[in-house]
Design a protein around this ligand. Structure first.
Ligand code: FCB
Length: 406
């Protein structure tokens, strides 16, 4: 079967600053140093024995310290050349706030110049930039102030966005204000496994309100300078099945989008999870296929997620979809089935306009560290050598031909 994608469909991969750049000094880099030992010792209880055997790096302290990561801050040209050779015509990445505003109110022109060069570097290679303003990591001064809990948070973020709109805005069409605000709240303030590890439902509400206002503020600022800009946000979408699926769906996938109302030019969908709720088991996996992280592989869920988004009548970009698969055994089929289900959604009239595989490179997977391997390219963290995985070439063929053959 041959499936043609709409003309102008965007094909690419995604990264985020803290996960790939290396050398960042922000709330995460501090937290990593304080928590690496604990995380390495907790691995024994956290992961199943097949995972422990396959990935002994999870017991090493270094696994949990981002350090030089993929050194993408210095090697972005090489990495963008690689993306180009893989037929990508778009690329999603994020700006590192701690580099651009290392001290409150003081902006670093060299960092702005750096990102400006990256953006024009994408243009020169024929790739459309999708720029995320904040992908979880925060400047230390902002974290010290109380982070997203602070009463000043939205104001500070607004000033940052204002600076971006003024300095980089003329180069950017597609902006994502925030990445997965809901996941951030759950991990940092509900489960308390990410910095600042402050568990309380009261804090969750406060952070929710601030993130929501941060999105609105950023939207208004960017549009005031660049009315033609396309501003959206990336939300983690879970496909829920079972008796509690209605409320779960609304709570996890819908509220932020619905409340954002008119302040969204497009929807960014990150899709990883299928939660089949049986009794009080929220993660029943009948299909038994999992990634290296033990996350269920259920590409069809993307179809259901997309179908439910149709009612918003907005363009949709899949801003993340991917899996940890160190041996590259499942990746090619997984990508192809995700694309097949996107084509099914297109056939039902859902306005999907692009797909960004997570991720271009193996990278630093937050509190899990380096062992989960999501990349189209494998990284040898000792030498920084990049090796393109064979699934990346299969994806490249689809990107280049704008067509999926299955
Ligand atoms: C998403 C995050 C991204 C990456 C993938 C695996 O939730 O946005 O940074 O960690 O998961």
């Amino acid at each position: 079967m041959e499936i043609n994608f709409p003309l102008g469909f965007l094909w690419g991969a995604a990264t985020s600053s803290h996960q790939v750049e290396g050398g960042n000094i922000n709330d995460w880099s501090q937290w990593e140093k304080n928590n690496a030992e604990r995380l390495a010792s907790e691995a024994k209880n956290k992961w199943q024995s097949w995972q422990q055997e396959k990935f002994p790096a999870m017991f090493e302290l270094q696994n949990y310290i981002s350090s030089q990561a993929c050194d993408h801050y210095n090697r972005w040209q090489e990495d963008f050349d690689m993306a180009k050779s893989l037929g990508h015509n778009a690329h999603r990445f994020s700006l590192e706030w701690s580099r651009i505003e290392p001290k409150k109110g003081e902006f670093d022109q060299a960092a702005i110049d750096h990102y400006s060069q990256m953006i024009s570097g994408l243009g020169k290679r024929g790739m459309e930039p999708f720029v995320t303003i904040n992908h979880f990591s925060l400047p230390q001064w902002f974290a010290n102030m109380g982070g997203w809990e602070s009463q000043e948070a939205v104001l500070c973020f607004g000033k940052f966005v204002d600076h971006l709109a003024k300095t980089l805005g003329h180069q950017i069409t597609f902006w994502l204000t925030l990445n997965e605000p809901w996941i951030y709240i759950v991990n940092s303030y509900w489960r308390g496994v990410w910095p600042p590890q402050k568990r309380s439902w009261w804090r969750c509400l406060r952070v929710y309100k601030n993130l929501f206002n941060a999105h609105k503020t950023a939207y208004n600022i960017i549009k005031s300078y660049h009315p033609e800009a396309q501003v959206g946000l990336a939300e983690n979408n879970v496909y829920f099945e079972g008796w509690l699926s209605g409320p779960a769906h609304w709570l996890v996938n819908r509220q932020f989008l619905s409340l954002s109302g008119q302040r969204l030019d497009f929807i960014g969908v990150n899709y990883y999870f299928h939660n089949k709720i049986k009794g009080f088991n929220f993660r029943k996996n009948d299909n038994h296929q999992v990634s290296d992280l033990g996350w269920e592989l259920y590409p069809k869920g993307l179809f259901y997620v997309l179908r439910r988004l149709k009612k918003y009548r907005k363009p949709i970009y899949i801003t993340e979809g991917g899996l940890a698969d160190a041996r590259d055994l499942q990746r090619a089929n997984f990508i192809k089935s995700q694309l097949f289900y996107i084509s099914e959604a297109l056939a039902e009239g859902v306005d999907v306009r692009g797909y960004f595989y997570w991720s271009l490179l193996d990278n630093f997977e937050w509190d899990k560290g380096f062992w989960p391997r999501f990349g189209l390219a494998e990284i040898d963290y000792k030498t920084q050598e990049r090796k393109i995985r064979s699934s990346a070439w299969e994806y490249a063929k689809i990107c280049k031909e704008n067509k999926l053959i299955i």
